[in-house]
Every structure is written in structure tokens, then in C-alpha cells.
Ligand binder design. Structure first.
Ligand SMILES: Cc1ncc(COP(=O)(O)O)c(C=O)c1O
Length: 442
């Protein structure tokens, strides 16, 4: 019987739907034109899928936006898109990223092995920038020096005052480009004032004069900052950007080799169907503010590096679960039990209260009800019951024995876990034949 209060009507009336990457045909959800129910029939659940073309389209979109913004402002510097390996270190992700003339940011000793393997595979070369961030223990510094000594285009970003001593001793080449990370102030509501990452702004100039300036082996090429709360149109963001530009200017006056600014990651992604963000505006505003600052202070515009992690991979994946049972524990609350655990397969939901896009895959023609979603572990925190735009989760109401409602998640890199099956899309195969093709490797 036709009814108005269907799940389908709810989604269509609440959001601007269908939207990029999601549409519904015959009351079933399609993700980037892929019929998810067909995937589930073939592979079962729980299942995590990666739609690799989305990674390339995100990278191309960012490159386009920065290049257009630079052209509009007559900006003289260049734009470099770096991908941070910590966001997803799977080789099929790296392979896809590196199809797009990207550079790489690393944050641990293990990442250097990834660089070497990708070099063997010829997906990157010795012109690719390898920006080495993070606090570095000796293993990491040793691996960085191996890359430097092998002729890779490495920029270790100093996170600590003593870090350079290691490179002085172990880097055997004539010239080493280095960067410095500025320790930023946190937002006023945060539990501490200054980030533990990087070097205090008040120490940077003296540090440069003391340890770098007179040493012909080192060229301070890049200044890096990362604003933890992300790239947002807030007074806080613009104030921090201006502070970093002031440090850039002071350094640039005494360091002619300094020609690049790395503005870090933090480009937001959709975590709700109601997500609104004006990417073009933010990129144009960043570029025009930097340009204006440089013109006013008569310094050349720096090259701009970004290290977008979530933005690169976050919207390329989905996690699919089945509802295997339901429990009514009082008159108002219905629990839908999933065939997995949130704590182990989507740890962000529990650890940092991250919300994701959540949708039913089938039963869109059924009425909707608010539910709590329960994981299979006996940990009471293994549940999910709010979304980014509302304090509840709503899914189709299915009969007790109709245990087939499926939900889908867009996942962020921090949620990547190997505990459930991975499948990988071969774009070329997928595009060239009507059959869906997978490779179950790794
Ligand atoms: C130095 C640095 N760069 C880039 C990133 C990636 O950030 P996002 O995923 O917000 O783009 C992080 C995240 O922690 C980071 O610490």
C-alpha cells in the first residue's frame, strides 16, 4: 500500500537528494552508479568498498580550484598537491593517488618503505616531493636520511629543535632542503593552548639564525602549519593564517631560499547529506589573502603545498552492514543489531564521536523509524544513534523477520581497519564491461 511516510520521502524531503555519488533506483541505493545490493549479493556483509575513481576526481578538483584561484589573483607561486600516507596506506590507494602527479607526505618510519616500494613500481620518481612530517624517533630519521642519500626530493619538516642535528651528521649530500613546522595556537574552546606539534613561533627565528643560516648544507625551503580544526571560514582560521604569514615574512627577509608555504590538511568532506561548504570560495580566499599579504610586504608569493588526507580518500569508501535482528527494550526505543562492531570497524564513531553519512541500501519504500544501532560486542559503548544533522538515526521499518535492511557509511581514513573484507574496483574494467569486476587482493 502506498504511504507518504516512507524512508524515501523522508530523505528526498529533508535533503537535496539525489546528490553527488548517491541515487536511488527501484528503492535501492546506488553509490557512484554502483548498485550496492548487487555487491552485497556477491560478497555479503560486513563489507568495505573503495571506489578509486573518486580519489582521482577529488585530487583533480583541488588542483583545478587552486590553479584557478592562482590565475584569478595573478599569483606567481605554484601549487603542489601532497597526499599523506597516514590517511590510507593501502597500495591500491597510493597507486590511484600517484596517477595524478601528486607528491607525498609521510609521518612515520614505516611510510618510507611505502615510498621505496612505489619508486620500484615507478609510480613516483626522484622529482616527487617527499615531505616528512611528525615527531621523529631515530628509525624515522634514519630512513629519511636513506632517501636523502639516495637522491630523493625529500623535505624533512623539523618538528623539534634538535632534529636537524641528526641530518647534519647523517645526510651525505651537498644540499638538503628542509622545512619547519610552526606550532599553532588551538581554538579558544580547546583543552590546551598550543599544539605539541612543531616549533614555537617565538623560537623559530633564533633557531634559524643559530642552527641553519650559516650552514651551506641546509636550505630552509618550506614553512608548514596545520590548523587542527580544519580549513574553515572563521576568524580563528584567518588569524592563524596571518600569524603564519608574518613568520614567513620575517624568515624570508633573511632566508632567500625560503619559497614555499605548506598549509597542511583539513579540507572538509561530507559527513552528512546536509553538508554545505563552498570549496571554491575558501581556496580563492586563502590564495588572495596570501597574495595580498605578499604584495603589501613586498615579498614573492610562496609556492603552496597542501596535505589533504580525509579530502583525498574519505569520500571514496563505504562500509556496508546488515541488520541481523531487532530488539525493543522499552516502549520507545528500537535497537537494530548490525552484523559487526562499530568499535572495531568504525572506531572514529566511538573514539572521536565522528558522524558519517548513513543510509539504508534497500527498503526505501517502507515507512521510517528512529532506531539505535547496536554492534555485536558486549561493550555498552558499541552503538551509533546520532547523525551530524540530527540527534537520531532513522532507517526503514522492517518486519521482525525481514532481517535484510542494510546501512551504508562513508568512512574517513581514521576508520580504516583491516578487520572486514576489502574489495577494490578496477575502474577500467568496470567502465568497459557491464559486469562488475573486483579484485579481492590484500
Ligand atoms: C601534518 C598533517 N598533515 C595532514 C593531515 C591530514 O589532515 P586531513 O585528513 O584533515 O586532511 C594531518 C592529520 O592529522 C596532519 O597532522
Amino acid at each position: 500500500m502506498a504511504t507518504d511516510n516512507t524512508y524515501s520521502n523522508l530523505i528526498h524531503q529533508t535533503f537535496n537528494f539525489p546528490q553527488e555519488g548517491f541515487e536511488v533506483k527501484d528503492d535501492q541505493l546506488y553509490f557512484n552508479d554502483i548498485p550496492l545490493m548487487d555487491i552485497i549479493k556477491q560478497y555479503g556483509t560486513p563489507l568495505r568498498i573503495s571506489y578509486l575513481p573518486k580519489i582521482s576526481s577529488q585530487i583533480q578538483k583541488a588542483k583545478r580550484m587552486f590553479n584557478v584561484a592562482m590565475a584569478k589573483s595573478d599569483y606567481k607561486g605554484k601549487y603542489f598537491y601532497c597526499y599523506c600516507t597516514k590517511s590510507s596506506h593501502f597500495s591500491f590507494v597510493l597507486d590511484e593517488v600517484l596517477k595524478n602527479e601528486c607528491h607525498i607526505e609521510t609521518s612515520s618510519a614505516f611510510d618510507i618503505n611505502i615510498i621505496k616500494e612505489q619508486f620500484q613500481k615507478k609510480t613516483l620518481n626522484k622529482d616527487t616531493y617527499i615531505i616528512c612530517n611528525g615527531y621523529k624517533r631515530s628509525n624515522y630519521k634514519q630512513n629519511i636520511c636513506e632517501l636523502i642519500n639516495d637522491g630523493f626530493n625529500v623535505i624533512p619538516v623539523l618538528d623539534h629543535l634538535d632534529e636537524i642535528d641528526y641530518y647534519k651528521k647523517h645526510a651525505k649530500v651537498d644540499k638538503v632542503d628542509i622545512g619547519i613546522r610552526i606550532s599553532t595556537e588551538e581554538e579558544p574552546s580547546f583543552t590546551f593552548y598550543t599544539s605539541r606539534l612543531g616549533i614555537r613561533d617565538s623560537q623559530i627565528l633564533d633557531f634559524y639564525k643559530e642552527k641553519i643560516q650559516g650552514n651551506p648544507k641546509f636550505n630552509l625551503k618550506l614553512l608548514h602549519f596545520f590548523i587542527n580544526t580544519g580549513i574553515k571560514d572563521t576568524i580563528y582560521y584567518w588569524t592563524e593564517l596571518t600569524k603564519c604569514l608574518s613568520i614567513y615574512k620575517s624568515l624570508r627577509e633573511i632566508c632567500p631560499g625560503l619559497d614555499s608555504l605548506n598549509i597542511g590538511g583539513g579540507m572538509p568532506i561530507r559527513t552528512s547529506l546536509g553538508f554545505e561548504y563552498d570549496y571554491e570560495y575558501m581556496v580563492e580566499e586563502i590564495i588572495s589573502q596570501i597574495k595580498l599579504f605578499c604584495v603589501e610586504n613586498e615579498i614573492p608569493e610562496p609556492n603552496i603545498f597542501t596535505e589533504f588526507g580525509s579530502y583525498t580518500v574519505g569520500e571514496s569508501g563505504a562500509t556496508l552492514y546488515s541488520i541481523i535482528d531487532q530488539k525493543k527494550q522499552n516502549d520507545r526505543e528500537t535497537w537494530y543489531m548490525i552484523d559487526s562492531s562499530f568499535i572495531t570497524t568504525l572506531p572514529d564513531t566511538w573514539g572521536i564521536n565522528q558522524r558519517f553519512i548513513l543510509m539504508a541500501i534497500n527498503h526505501w519504500d517502507k515507512p521510517y523509524i528512529p532506531v539505535n544501532l547496536g554492534g555485536l560486542t558486549c561493550d555498552s559503548m558499541d552503538y551509533y544513534n546520532t547523525e551530524a544533522h540530527t540527534n537520531q538515526v532513522v532507517l526503514p521499518k522492517v518486519e521482525d523477520k525481514q532481517k535484510s535492511t542494510i546501512i551504508s557509511w562513508i568512512f574517513s581514513h581514521r576508520s580504516i581497519s583491516r578487520s572486514i573484507k576489502w574489495i577494490r574496483w578496477h575502474t577500467t574494467l568496470f567502465n568497459s564491461c557491464t559486469k562488475t569486476c573486483f579484485d579481492r587482493s590484500r
